[in-house]
Write a protein that binds this ligand. Structure first.
Ligand code: FAD
Length: 469
């Protein structure tokens, strides 16, 4: 007979775990978590590469040191996660052209300034159009040269904060920390899970967490939900919290009966999905410049986003000292990987999709071409490569969500709103911090609150019905 619970949570990423924890803390113990993969963590994920654990998903804790505390920073401190200070804004001063020359910093600074001004003009023009006024400012600059394209890429795909205020930085602070811990960013999730699920020797053994359970069908009515998984199991509950990514919601992995209402599917389809890929390359030795201010560098190519953004994993050991976590000195990009000789190149969107669909040999060949342009023909071959696939992963179909620049309050509300007994959570449902780990974490808490309220209302209704009888 099908199992039955009060609440089923679909997905064991940070939002699902955070929602389940908040429910458990509020006395809802009759819950079940169904996760498609064989692990918790979702888009927080470590993978072994060249003898190390690297973060193929989220790598940074972003937004630290501001007027509001970042809850993920607090969790990281509590769970003793090792982090190091990181500042990728200096990447714009290490821009290589295809002949290996670095653009003079005055040229780079000027290009950067013009790109920011242009992006601001574009935003203002869009706002004017929305108000029915025809464009008031001169049209934005179209980036054409390799340096303009490289800067356009880091500005729009990494640093929009200088154009448009982003709540993560304005409210939580401008600092960013890279997680550099062999136990992985996901250690933080295990610590959370352990606080309400039974564990033994570092593993969650609670039967309320079921892995390798791919939810394919959601049948729902006023009285509850019935979920069917790929292995033909049926799970019934009064309520369900769906924490799958917006990419999954836009795909046909899960069917709903009755179908979700139009207001819901339209709001979901309005969201952009961003694909963000970190490719790891292992070398026999270092051939790139090391030292403060060189951790990030850019490759300027005539194709936008073509192996543009590089970083190296530094090898000076640094033990995270929570007492000094906010002082800049000595913390810059130092981490726990001695002699790693690893470079990371980040691709996004169309380039990510292109690379995901080709062989690793082809990707390696392209990456080596970019490196030899920058550092010369003597650059040694990489001995290993790791190309994570977020787009072609049917349990993700994206790296994170993005609301179009002028999205309305209504869109946010509709993405998040529940449909009968189906509640939605995940980074994409968080109005202020969508796209980030802390957005996922906070959305889980928000959704569990909304569900607890609905439960109370439901009880009131039932009591009223009882009285009527
Ligand atoms: P997820 O982690 O995706 O959790 C959803 C879970 O649902 C997954 O475990 C999935 O397997 C499961 N699932 C899916 N379909 C089904 C199904 N049908 N049945 C059962 N289970 C299912 N954020 C930052 O703050 N800083 C960063 O530096 C950063 N960098 C990033 C880099 C990359 C490459 C990526 C991919 C993301 C990055 N992010 C970063 C974003 C951050 O990782 C996410 O916002 C956050 O982890 C999302 O958590 P979530 O719980 O909403 O979703």
């Amino acid at each position: 007979s099908p199992s039955s619970s009060l609440v089923i949570i679909v997905g064991a990423g940070i939002s699902g775990i955070s929602a389940a924890k908040a429910l458990a803390e509020n006395g809802v113990e009759d819950l079940l978590i169904l996760e498609a993969t064989d692990r918790i963590g979702g888009r927080i994920r470590k993978e072994e590469f060249a003898g190390l654990n690297v973060e193929t998903g989220a790598g940074w804790i972003q937004g630290v040191g501001g007027k509001e505390p970042n809850p993920v920073w607090d969790l990281a401190s509590k769970s003793g996660l090792r982090t190091c200070y990181s500042d990728y804004s200096n990447a714009r001063f290490n821009i290589y052209d295809q002949s290996g020359k670095i653009f003079p910093s005055a040229v780079a600074a000027d290009s950067y300034k013009r790109a920011v001004e242009s992006a601001i003009r574009e935003l203002r023009n869009q706002e004017a159009n929305l108000d029915g006024i025809s464009s008031i400012l001169e049209p934005p600059m179209v980036p054409k040269t390799p340096i303009e394209l490289a800067i356009d890429f880091i500005l729009h795909d990494f640093e929009m904060a200088e154009v448009e205020p982003i709540a993560t930085y304005t409210d939580l602070g401008e600092r960013e920390f890279l997680v550099a811990d062999e136990r992985g960013y996901e250690h933080l999730l295990y610590k959370m899970a352990e606080s309400f699920l039974r564990s033994s020797q570092g593993e969650i053994v609670d039967s309320r967490l079921k892995v390798n359970k791919v939810v394919r069908e959601v049948h729902y009515s006023r009285n509850g939900v019935s979920l069917k998984t790929e292995d033909n199991c049926v799970y019934n509950a009064k309520y369900v919290i769906l924490s799958v990514s917006v990419g999954v919601l836009q795909s046909d992995l899960i069917t709903f009966s009755p179908p979700l209402p139009k207001w819901k599917t339209e709001a979901i389809s309005k969201l952009d999905v961003i694909v963000y890929t970190k490719i790891f390359l292992k070398f026999p030795y270092k051939f790139w410049p090391c030292g403060p201010g060189t951790e990030f560098f850019l490759y300027a190519h005539e194709k936008r986003g073509y192996y543009t953004f590089w970083q190296y994993i530094q090898d000076k050991a640094f033990t995270h000292d929570p007492g000094h976590q906010l002082s800049r000195s000595g913390l810059h990009m130092e981490n726990a990987y001695p002699g790693s000789n690893i470079l990371v190149v980040t691709l996004t969107n169309e380039e990510s999709k292109r690379v995901e669909s080709q062989s690793e040999e082809e990707t390696l060949r392209e990456a080596m071409g970019a490196l030899r342009d920058m550092f010369g023909p003597q650059v040694p071959d990489a001995c290993d490569i790791l190309v994570p696939k977020w787009w072609n992963n049917r349990f993700q179909r994206c790296s994170y969500s993005n609301y179009p620049m002028l999205a309305s309050q209504l869109d946010f509300r509709d993405v998040k709103a529940h449909v009968g007994p189906i509640f939605f959570t995940g980074e994409h449902t968080h109005e202020r911090f969508n796209g980030y780990v802390h957005g996922g974490y906070l959305s889980g808490i928000d959704t569990s609150k909304a569900l607890l309220e609905a439960m109370m209302m439901g009880e009131e209704d039932e009591n009223e019905e009882d009285e009527e009888e």
